[in-house]
Design a protein around this ligand. Structure first.
Ligand code: HEC
Length: 289
């Protein structure tokens, strides 16, 4: 067991090149400053700046900016078919109804014959109702330093309309229940070069990698940690990211091939995780470290 945790820690360090890079980029001072100040001082200044930034962000949640963009995109006529999502997209509570829709997904949608999480469903609407091409959306599904996809804004907007509502994944629906059970199996499925499953890192209490607590997704409290704050503005890199991204990135940590964007596998895992958090209050889009 000890060996396993040590291995995991090493692996986590080795596997986060994206962070390391963005941290480096964020800490890079302007050329003039760098010439005057020794490296340690520059780093301190960057740390101070970061703390100031975080304090400011606690007052005004940057996710709100993305919600605003998402609202505009939800309401405007877009895509080859020139229709709005507001007038065409059913998130499970009726066309255009978004109040409380996020906390009731994943759910089963008969028109798509699939269990869908919020992001998958909105993508489906963009393709089926607005005429966008799935492959175009899936080719750049997540934000980076220079770009935030429309889908991220839209998910954030929809999620914002479930703020302070209870999670209520309809697990009594047999299709959703089945998705939950498969999700549970995926979480326990061990494979890859290190024989990891999600549960290796997230299946028991008190696990940590570096300074981070790894939530135990099989318990209501742990699962809630995996739900709360998503979609979230990630301080590392300064980008807005969704649950779909989180799942994909953890597959990467596991050294599995990443699942296809908006696929069954991700929807099932989310059904399992969010379902485990059922009954607890979702606080809306947030901030992640
Ligand atoms: C090698 C260990 C490891 C494995 C395996 C792993 N994760 Fe993670 N997971 C992490 C780490 C480390 C973080 C925290 C990353 C961060 O803070 O940026 C994390 C974060 C998360 C979070 C976000 C928690 C929060 O506080 O918001 C979720 C949800 C999650 N993982 C789900 C999964 C799922 C589902 C799988 C299986 C597909 C999985 N993880 C596999 C290490 C792992």
């Amino acid at each position: 067991m000890k060996y396993r945790i040590a291995l995991m820690a090493a692996l986590a360090l080795a596997m986060l090149p994206a962070w390391a890079q963005s941290k480096k980029a964020a800490a890079k001072p302007p050329a003039a400053k760098a010439a005057q100040a020794p490296a340690a001082e520059v780093k301190d200044a960057a740390t101070l700046e970061f703390e100031k930034f975080r304090a400011e962000m606690e007052d005004s949640n940057p996710a709100e900016l993305f919600e605003m963009k998402g609202e505009e995109q939800w309401k405007s006529k877009r895509g080859p078919k020139n229709v709005s999502l507001a007038e065409s997209c059913d998130l499970g509570l009726g066309i255009g109804k978004i109040e409380g829709a996020y906390v009731r997904m994943p759910r089963y949608f008969a028109d798509a014959d699939a269990v869908m999480d919020a992001e998958r469903r909105i993508v489906w609407c963009m393709v089926e109702k607005q005429g966008f091409k799935f492959d175009d959306i899936a080719s750049k599904p997540f934000a980076n330093a220079n770009f935030t996809p429309d889908i991220t804004n839209l998910v954030t907007y929809v999620a914002g309309h479930s703020r302070n509502m209870k999670l209520d994944v309809p697990l009594k629906d047999p299709k959703v229940r089945e998705a939950y059970e498969i999700g549970k199996e995926i979480a326990a499925y061990r494979a890859g070069p290190y024989d990891f499953s999600c549960n290796t890192c997230h299946g028991s209490d008190g696990k940590r990698i570096r300074m981070q607590n790894l939530p135990n997704l099989s318990t209501p409290q742990g699962a809630l940690k995996g739900v709360q704050g998503w979609p979230g503005y990630r301080m590392t890199g300064g980008v807005m990211l969704t649950h779909q991204w989180r799942m994909g990135d953890c597959f990467r940590q596991q050294r599995f091939p990443q699942p296809k964007y908006a696929s069954d596998a991700v929807a099932y895992l989310l059904t399992y995780m969010i379902g485990n958090a059922n009954g607890q209050v979702y606080k809306g889009p947030g901030i992640k470290r």
